[in-house]
Design a protein around this ligand. Structure first.
Ligand code: NAD
Ligand code: USQ
Length: 421
């Protein structure tokens, strides 16, 4: 439906009738279970993905710990089991602008979920070409999505998967608000209360692209009155949702390698294969976490609670809880008897930090998150132990370093590293 963007604050129920949803990056770790969940919930899902993540696995010589069926097989099995059809379009959002614009015009999606970015921090730091690929891919993809929505003239709610890494991880001694900060600025005798976007502090080229995304959202929202929700999501852990569990060909991916594996799933897999848990530095880094089952629930809540036309970009901290890496390793070690080993940190990050997030946005919509200590053991038993034979131990250690003067530590030590190298 075409809208006049100058009409301020029209209630969403009037302007938005279509139930088509585009899931950009719908073949990936977060996008696939989200596509299935929303399909089950009655939305008409279009997965748009260039399968670059599968190609990156081939380039890196790694495989998901869980066996991933081809996209065609995934779609066939879902249709057979659910009676619902998922449409798949193989398209590079960062390069094929006109085709993407035509799809928006043809199907007038109610919402576009934007997962289609290169999402690994270590991968983005491997070398100059990986850095440039990550910036080109992520920045162009986001700009194309925004530009196409404007050019189509169609009122679409854009929901982007951003990161809590937007804010950085330095100790600020306060709870991090949902995107915006009220500050008092004093100049001489004049004092002003103003609201600003929370000052970003990206920790990798990948995180930098998420900060660029946020600036683009702010601009297009201001200039074109686009309705945008940016989800500042913590590290996602877990593997399956109720839908991906229905058949082995629907199983979600489980990355464990040094580039794409994230810390919880890596530690679970390491415990299962008898590898020491690979704590970087001294393990004092505190990070935010969320289970994949909660990712899909939060996205549905975001679809159902869009900003009104004319509202500023809505930002939710999509975070269940925070924990430091050392504590996480101890919890998993207690459950499994796995040993803990400390590695010189390949990243430039604070040795220790505290972190607290305000997550009242989703909490106030009724979200009750899964916590780490409730489900870690189940994840070890049902996934890590089951697929242990697929693990290539040579791919475990993180070797991507943040600057040329650093070196990859492949041996590790029994003692924590108390200095940044
Ligand atoms: P993923 O790599 O598994 O999935 C991303 C998908 O997007 C892949 O299927 C890939 O093929 C596709 N893609 C990438 N570039 C594309 C392009 N130009 N055109 C079309 N398709 C493209 O990543 P994920 O873990 O599912 O993450 C999804 C989003 O969520 C990312 O934007 C990431 O930044 C964000 N996020 C992820 C986590 C996490 O822990 N996994 C945490 C916070 C935020
Ligand atoms: N870490 C270890 N040992 C390991 C792996 C990681 O100690 O074996 C440490 C890292 O040094 C880092 C922390 O664990 O301090 C988290 O690393 P990670 O690889 O689990 O997560 P990260 O690089 O932050 O990225 C992941 C997703 C990314 C998302 C981000 C959310 O890959 O897409 O944006 O989580 S956030 O952390 O909030 O930025």
């Amino acid at each position: 439906m075409k809208v006049n963007r100058n009409v301020y604050k029209i209630p969403i129920t009037i302007v938005c009738m279509a139930q088509n949803i585009f899931v950009l990056g719908g073949d990936g770790f977060c996008g696939w279970p989200t596509s299935l969940y929303l399909s089950k919930e009655g939305y008409n899902i279009f997965i748009i993905d260039n399968l670059s993540r599968r190609k990156i696995d081939i380039d890196l010589g790694v495989k998901s710990l869980t066996p991933i069926a081809s996209i065609d097989k995934r779609l066939q099995v879902w249709e057979k089991l659910s009676g619902k059809k998922l449409k798949f379009i193989n398209l590079d959002i960062s390069a094929e602008y006109n085709k993407f614009l035509a799809l928006i015009k043809q199907y007038s999606p109610k919402a576009i979920l934007h997962f289609a970015e290169q999402r690994s921090a270590p991968y983005s730091m491997k070398s100059s070409s990986y850095k440039r690929y990550t910036v080109n891919n992520n920045t162009n993809a986001t700009n194309h999505v925004l530009s196409a929505i404007v050019e189509s003239g169609i009122d679409v709610h854009l929901i982007h998967l951003g990161t809590t890494g937007y804010y950085g991880y330095s100790d600020v001694g306060m709870e991090i608000p949902e995107g915006y900060l009220n500050v008092i600025v004093k100049q001489g005798n004049i004092s002003r209360d103003i609201e600003i976007m929370y000052p970003p502090s990206p920790g990798s080229i990948y995180h930098l692209t998420k900060v660029n995304d946020a600036m683009m959202f702010s601009y297009y929202n201001k200039n074109d009155k686009l309705r945008i929700t940016d989800l500042h999501q913590g590290i996602v852990w877990g593997t399956n949702t109720n839908e991906t569990l229905l058949h082995e060909d629907l199983i979600n991916r489980f990355d464990y390698d040094g580039d794409y594996g994230t810390v919880v799933n890596r530690f679970l897999m390491q415990a299962a294969v008898g590898h020491p848990l690979t704590v970087h530095g001294c393990g004092g880094q505190t990070r935010a976490f969320i289970h994949i089952k909660d990712t899909v629930k939060c996205i549905k809540l975001a679809i159902e609670n869009p900003p009104l036309l004319g509202d500023k970009v809505k930002i939710f901290n999509q975070v269940a809880e925070c924990m430091n890496v050392g504590e996480l390793a101890k919890q998993i070690s207690l459950m499994t008897d796995a040993k803990i080993r400390y590695y010189k940190n390949p990243r430039k990050e604070d040795l220790r930090n505290d972190l607290k997030f305000n997550n009242t946005g989703f909490r106030s919509l009724g979200w009750n998150p899964i916590l780490l200590n409730n489900s870690l053991l189940e994840e070890i038993n049902k996934i890590a132990n089951k697929y242990v034979s697929r693990c290539d131990k040579s791919k475990i250690i993180c070797t991507s370093i943040w600057t040329k003067d650093m070196s990859a530590d492949v041996k590790g030590s029994e003692k924590p590293y108390e200095n940044i190298s």
